[in-house]
Design a protein around this ligand. Structure first.
Ligand code: 5FX
Length: 555
């Protein structure tokens, strides 16, 4: 999609729309016009632009190896900084008619009593950061990479009748990173701070709250990532709240449809940055629901694979089958009656990069050459590379497993390691995607690593379907901008308007790889062995976490 600079001299006659994406590593804004054309995309990187917060990849890893948090004040400071950059670039903020946004999913922000009043009375001469330092009941927000709440997950399973019952009710079995389990841990370990908490927000609703000057509600795309929302009614599930912490409903506030105007931009932003006072703010959602919106996936059919910090596989569904073992069902942010299915991997780009650094001299060129020199199927070798504790499947300890064609642990050459990490990741996506109804006719590849053609060819061969790519490598902020445009149209029509009627410019896709049928047959034959080995890996890893196992990680 061609981009042209947006300056005061090139102010479009029509209103413009802004999407803000608070991802794990940074904040990005996407400005579009009413036709969906991208106009400008300023951004901020947490580690380098805000070094005082001392994050690595936007987060703090704690000494227990399981707890991962981020400072919520950093997100506030990032908003200050990106707004300053927008002003410096002379972006015509007064033309912005509506804003929506995206946040890394599952992360939670705990606001103390008095926070609402503070948000509503901001002084436009000061930064947000200066005024919001002490509104947090906790300075650390648990984020999606956290895996420290296994105990709370088991307690939820027991209270609600088992893993399948939790999945049927909330769309997912109990997952460590899901917000309800994080809230339960905070309530149990810090009861005084929990008592002092007036409001609990997701990253998405917290950042929307900054804009509207009061607590913004949660919507069903992101609300489904908490193990607290009834996935079918899209309301809080009382039994799920009860087994989490007392007084939770009032701390969470309501759930509203994703296309709803949750408020208008507070006066602070018109006085300080020149936005129009009536700018609408549409409910913010999670990064994955926003990525779905960027691709216009309102109905079942195509699936998307996003190759990013976390790899995700997702698509729209009309009749979800929540599973006690696989993935998640979320609300579909562009179809209020619809759903989306998602599988999430923690070991995405950073793990591919770690293998590249160790076995391909840190060069993508050498990585691609290694892929080209090795046969599809890797001669029967299968590898599992968990640099981070993994979500799909659950593996709580970082470890690498390598199996030879005879199924025995073995060493791989550098080239075999390169092929094994790529094939293993896609075989896993095919296996687990199938299990929750994500069977692609066509794959839309997005995310930073989707620029790598040889990765896409292996993807096409493993799935046996064509792979298309978007000209927009990072889609959550674009999806948020599209949702701003959509919500604005819905508000004007005083009711829901089908997304595809008003957002015709959903990201344009171009073919990137066609499957090779013979290679696809090799992968289909490999899938059963992969599934069997994955079971072994889960079992070895569970024993090793309990201190009885051994790692088999020959290089
Ligand atoms: C989804 O369930 C996830 O945990 C991740 O994709 C986060 O949303 C990344 F921000």
């Amino acid at each position: 999609m061609p981009q042209r600079p947006l300056t005061r001299r090139a102010i479009p006659a029509n209103p413009i729309f802004m999407g803000l994406d608070f991802s794990t590593q940074g904040l990005k804004a996407t400005f579009i016009d009413a036709a969906g054309q991208v106009l400008a995309e300023p951004s901020v990187l947490f580690d380098t632009d805000l070094p005082a917060f001392k994050t690595e990849g936007g987060v703090h890893h704690h000494a227990d190896g399981l707890t991962v948090t981020a400072p919520p004040l950093m997100w506030v400071a990032a908003l200050d900084l990106i707004l300053a950059r927008m002003q410096k670039e002379n972006l015509p903020l007064a033309k912005v008619a509506a804003i929506s946004g995206s946040g890394q999913q599952h992360g939670s922000v705990y606001l103390r009593c008095g926070a609402r009043a503070r948000l509503g009375a901001l002084d436009s001469r000061l930064t947000l950061r200066d005024q919001l330092q002490d509104v947090f009941a906790f300075d650390a927000a648990p984020v999606w990479m956290d895996s420290s709440t296994s105990r709370q997950c088991r307690e939820r399973d027991t209270a609600l009748g088992g893993a399948q019952a939790v999945a049927e009710l909330t769309g997912s079995r109990s997952y460590e990173r899901f917000t309800g389990n994080q809230i339960a841990k905070i309530y149990q370990q810090h009861p005084k701070a929990y008592a002092a908490t007036d409001h609990i927000a997701l990253v998405s609703s917290f950042t929307a709250s900054l804009l509207i000057g009061t607590y913004a509600p949660i919507e069903p795309g992101d609300g489904a990532g908490m193990n607290l929302m009834n996935i079918r009614t899209r309301r809080w599930a009382p039994a799920a709240l009860r087994c989490t912490a007392p007084g939770l409903a009032k701390r969470l506030g309501p759930i509203v449809p994703s296309h709803k105007v949750v408020g208008h931009l507070s006066r602070y932003f018109s006085d300080r940055c020149g936005f129009a006072p009536h700018t609408q703010v549409i409910a913010f959602s999670g990064d994955n629901p926003n990525s779905l919106a960027a691709l216009g996936l309102a109905r079942s059919g195509d699936i998307a694979i996003s190759l990013g910090t976390s790899d995700t596989v997702f698509g729209a569904l009309s009749a979800p089958k929540p599973s006690a073992t696989e993935g998640h069902i979320f609300g579909n942010p562009i179809n209020p009656q619809g759903y989306m299915a998602l599988i999430c991997y923690k070991n995405g780009s950073l793990t591919r990069e770690a293998v590249r650094n160790e076995f391909a001299r840190g060069s993508w060129k050498a990585f691609e050459a290694a892929l080209a020199r090795t046969p599809s199927g890797n001669g029967g070798r299968i590898g599992f590379y968990f640099k981070e504790p993994e979500i799909t499947p659950t593996v709580l300890k970082p470890v690498i497993y390598r199996f030879g064609p005879d199924g025995r642990p073995t060493r791989f050459t550098p080239e075999q390691n390169v092929r094994a990490v790529v094939e293993g990741q896609y075989l896993s996506m095919r296996l687990h995607g199938n299990n929750i109804g994500l069977v692609p006719q066509k794959i839309l590849a997005t995310g930073g690593a989707s620029v790598n053609k040889s990765l896409l060819q292996v993807m096409a061969d493993v799935f046996g379907t064509p792979v298309h790519v978007s000209s927009q490598p990072n889609s959550a902020s674009l999806g948020a901008a599209y949702r701003a445009l959509h919500g604005w149209h819905c508000a004007r029509a005083r009711g829901f308007v089908p997304f595809e009627k008003v957002v015709r410019a959903a990201a344009s896709f171009t073919p990137a790889a066609e499957p090779d049928r013979a290679k696809h047959r090799i992968y289909t034959a490999m899938l059963k062995r992969y599934a069997d080995m994955e079971k072994r890996v889960i079992s070895i890893s569970a024993q090793s976490v309990r201190g009885q196992g051994r790692d088999i990680s020959g290089a």
